[in-house]
Design a protein around this ligand. Structure first.
Ligand SMILES: [Zn+2]
Length: 300
């Protein structure tokens, strides 16, 4: 990761402490294990740590509480970093988000202001980078010094207790980035996507063709599952679709779409493509990994 996600220069080199980092006991567990929390007063500018395309924003929430029940009430910005990962900037102040879905942003560019919406007991920026399945990945920040903490063996690792200052680094940014391609996102399920299909964002009511190849020679089918989930992560009734697609000469082709009639604010499309075992002619798959596609487009 590039610059810190919080703007030091605009705040006259304000210093921010890292209050929770990877494996933090308060809430950085499970899929959130590599998230970082920067203590920051309400109103502190939050800037992009990496170039990318905005895939989802929320700015209207005024709700906050200290339990996981408020987790889906955070204002936030999600950015496809162009490399298959999505960065999330969370707890932003009500009405402070200045970017919108589909917009390309450059590293160091203002996204919104720090706040304390959602699941939090104080104002801070929660920042994480996740793969298409929503699992966070380890982070390094090049603005962090190599020996900032006795226990950090290498530079760039955010350690709780560190007091840090961002220099709001900006990198050249062409603004012609597009959404990440799915690529090998389902490789561990035995398939590769070979055409330019994105696993981070989709426009509702648009039909997308997916082409791929199967990585397990004996398998002759792929299971294609899709659904829409609400902001609260509940599956929308009627949005589930499951197909068993025949593989010909090692390749397959399938069309997918997510419908506006299933969409509400904050909806995500879910997609899984997996090699199916040739079991009694069916498409049995004993694994699950759903890509999260942030749904774009007008509501009905
Ligand atoms: Zn956090």
């Amino acid at each position: 990761m590039g610059a810190f996600a919080i703007a030091g220069r605009e705040q006259k080199n304000a210093r921010f402490s890292i209050v929770q980092s990877a494996h933090g006991r308060f809430s950085h567990t499970g899929t959130q294990q590599f998230a970082v929390d920067f203590a920051a007063e309400v109103g502190t500018p939050v800037v992009a740590a990496h170039n990318g395309v905005v895939v989802q924003t929320r700015s209207d929430s005024k709700t906050t509480c200290g339990t996981s029940e408020c987790a889906h009430e955070a204002n936030q910005v999600r950015i496809d970093d162009g490399n298959g990962n999505v960065s999330t900037y969370t707890h932003l102040d009500t009405g402070s988000v200045v970017v919108k879905a589909g917009q390309q942003v450059c590293q160091g560019e203002l996204l919104g202001k720090a706040g304390m919406t959602g699941w939090t007991t104080g104002p801070h920026l929660h920042f994480h980078v996740a793969d298409v399945g929503g699992s966070t990945v380890p982070l390094r920040f090049y603005e962090l010094p190599a020996a900032a903490h006795a226990s950090s063996l290498e530079g760039g690792i955010p350690v709780p207790g560190m007091v840090v200052v961002s220099s709001d680094t900006r990198s050249p940014c062409s603004r012609n980035v597009s959404y990440s391609s799915c690529g090998n996102a389902f490789r561990d399920l035995g398939v590769d996507i070979t055409n330019n299909f994105s696993c981070t964002a989709a426009h509702v009511d648009e039909t997308y063709e997916i082409e791929g190849r199967i990585l397990i020679p004996d398998f002759h089918h792929v299971l294609v599952k899709q659904e829409v989930v609400t902001r609260e992560q509940e599956v929308v009734e009627g949005s589930e679709l499951e197909r068993c697609v025949r593989v010909e000469h090692g390749t397959f082709r399938v069309t997918v779409q997510w419908l506006s009639k299933h969409m509400s604010d904050g909806s995500e499309g879910r997609l899984m493509i997996a090699a199916g075992a040739p079991y009694a002619g069916s498409c049995f798959v004993n694994a699950a990994k759903f890509a999260r596609l942030y749904l774009q487009g007008a509501r009905p």
